[in-house]
Structure formats: C-alpha cells, structure tokens
Design a protein around this ligand. Structure first.
Ligand SMILES: C[S@@+](CC[C@H](N)C(=O)[O-])C[C@H]1O[C@@H](n2cnc3c(N)ncnc32)[C@H](O)[C@@H]1O
Length: 316
C-alpha cells in the first residue's frame, strides 16, 4: 500500500482496490494482439503463454498499469480488471447481461444507494454485480434463480468480484413467481432477465412499492411484444417504455476517423414501467392504436380501452 493513498475500504464493497498488487488479487493481462489473460496472483507461481513465461512475483508489489515482458519477449499490459471486463471474462452458466445494458438498467431503472432490488434470474451473476455496486452495502439485492447450477456459478462470480460475501446480497433458489410472494418481501425495483417475464408480472406487481420500477430484459421481438402487452393488460403500471441501445466504436487515427467495425448491435430489448399505487390506474393512451395492431391476427391480451373484435361470421 502506498503511504499516502489508502486502499478503498472493504466496507464500501466496491470490488475495487488501489495501491500495489497483492497476492490473491486477480489481474488482467493484455498482449500486443489484444488477447486477454485473467488470473489470480499466487506467490511462487509462474505464468506461461506461447511467448514463454514470467513469475507472478514479478507482478506482486507493483502498482498496476505497467508492462511485463515474458522470457520469449512477449509484452503484456497489467491492470486489475474493471467490473465491465470481469463480467465478460468470468465463468458463465447462462448468458450474461452485457455492460452496455447493465449501465442502461442501472440508469433507467434508477438503481440508487440503499435501494431494495429484486432480480431474476441470477444466471451467471453479471447484472448482480452492477446492482450490488449501485445499491451499496446499505441496500439490498434479492436474487432469485431456479437452477441450482447457475446459482452456484453466480455465487462464485459475485464473491470473487467483491472479495467476500457482499452484505447486501441474498440469493434464493426457486421460481420467482412462487418464491417472491412466499418471501413477503417488498421492493423499490424489480429486474426480470428470463425467458418468460410475463409469468412473473403478478408477483412483481405485488412486491413492488408504489412508484417502483419493473424492468425487463428480453432478447426477441416476440418476447418484447408479449411483455409490453402483459404490462398494459395488468393495469397497475404506467405505459411501458421499450427501447434498445446500440454502441458503436470509432476508429480515430490521423485523418482516418470513421466508425469502427466492431459495433455492439443487438443484445436485447429493455422495457420499464412504474408501479401505480394500489387501486389507481394510469390514464389510457389518448392515441388510437395503429391500424391492424390488434386486428384478427393478434392473439395476445387486449389492453384496457382496446375493444374485442366482433365474432367472424360463420358459414352454414
Ligand atoms: C439469461 S439468464 C440471466 C443472466 C443474468 N442476468 C446475468 O447477467 O448473468 C436467465 C436466468 O433466468 C433463470 N430463470 C428463468 N425463469 C426464472 C424464474 N421464473 N425464476 C427464477 N429464475 C428464472 C434461468 O434459469 C437463467 O439462469
């Protein structure tokens, strides 16, 4: 530890450290071709690659942000992994929420220090790390996961990132639709990242406090449509807001300034809606639905204010 700058206090539960690298910490090495290597620093251990080797002891005790050269001349940039880097390199059970979407969720679902947040499913624990960062040690993140093997992966990942058992985290094995009502917990925010979030909407509505936010993360347009219509049909929420984010990198080199080739296009859609107070209804949309929006081919729930279609005449 440097004399003047103390480490980030563990009771902040940030998952971040400052000062010289210590045994037991994870580091992320990037070689000249951009290949990444993540590993735990262990005194006496040796790192091997196609460019030879070096000892972990050469890294321990140094301030991050340096280049180490292996026995065969390979150069590696050494830093501690950021949260956004950790979640895309950690072991996965299920697909993870990517950092661009975690950032959207934290901002648009308004996750705040001290918040009580419910999420399901926990999957690999990527979103969980961002939620815990945002609520801090005085908030609460209750994660529900119905598959034990995924819950185990998430537990390992979250514990590794925060360097211990985060005091605001609670992980329950079970289906949210049953386990959440059974728990009796109430919350400020609910994040649903699962195949069928509409199946959990009643449980989410009962647990959410008035003014709270439900946020769903869904991969396909059919899921998006089904969830949005289910929220409208429920009636206890404001008009749902669906969107997606696209992140485009740029190549900037002298006079060559152009969009890069590695755009992160579609990952998933997000939807948020706010919980009304008990017995209150949001005003109906003033705009008429687009022609055919709820025509004969539509077979989902019909939102309040959208009349049923007349029965088609039968041929005798
Ligand atoms: C895409 S993964 C979640 C990824 C996670 N958000 C992350 O960032 O790592 C979806 C998870 O939801 C779980 N799941 C699906 N339906 C569920 C339900 N009704 N209750 C609890 N977990 C559920 C699945 O088992 C799966 O692990």
């Amino acid at each position: 530890m440097s004399d003047t700058t103390p480490d980030v206090p563990q009771d902040a539960w940030s998952g971040v450290h400052r000062g010289p690298l210590r045994e037991g910490e994870w580091v992320r090495l990037v070689d000249g071709k951009g290949r990444k290597h993540n590993f735990e620093l262990v005194a006496g251990k040796r790192f091997f690659s196609n460019k030879g080797h070096f000892d972990h002891d050469e890294l321990i005790g140094r301030e991050e942000g340096f280049t180490v050269t292996s026995s065969a001349g390979g150069e590696y940039l050494v830093f501690r992994p950021l949260l956004s880097e950790f979640v895309v390199s950690m072991p996965r059970g299920a697909a993870v929420v990517y950092p661009k979407d975690s950032a959207q969720i934290v901002a648009m679902a308004d996750i705040f220090p001290g918040a009580r947040v419910v999420e399901a499913g926990v999957g690999s624990g990527a979103l969980t790390c961002s939620l815990l960062r945002a609520v801090g040690p005085h908030g609460r993140v209750s994660s529900y996961e119905r598959r034990e093997e995924f819950a185990d992966v998430a537990r390992r990942n979250v514990t590794q990132f925060f360097g211990g058992d985060h005091p605001a985290w609670q992980l329950t094995l079970g289906d949210l639709a049953e386990a959440l009502p059974a728990s009796g917990e109430r919350c400020d925010r609910i994040i649903l990242d699962m195949l069928a979030p509409w199946d959990c909407l009643d449980a989410a509505a009962d647990a959410l406090l008035p003014g709270g936010i439900v946020c769903a993360y869904v991969a396909t347009t059919t899921q998006l449509s089904k969830f949005v219509e289910a929220v409208r049909f429920h009636g206890g929420f404001t008009e749902p807001a669906p969107w997606e984010s696209l992140v485009r990198d740029w190549h900037v080199e002298g006079l060559a300034v152009r969009p890069g080739h590695k755009m992160i296009g579609h990952t998933a859609f997000l939807v948020t809606a706010r919980r009304m107070a008990p017995g209150e209804r949001a005003p109906l949309k003033k705009r008429r639905p687009a022609p055919g929006a709820y025509g004969p081919d539509y077979d989902g729930p019909r939102p309040p204010g959208v009349p049923e279609l007349p029965e088609a005449p039968t041929e005798d």
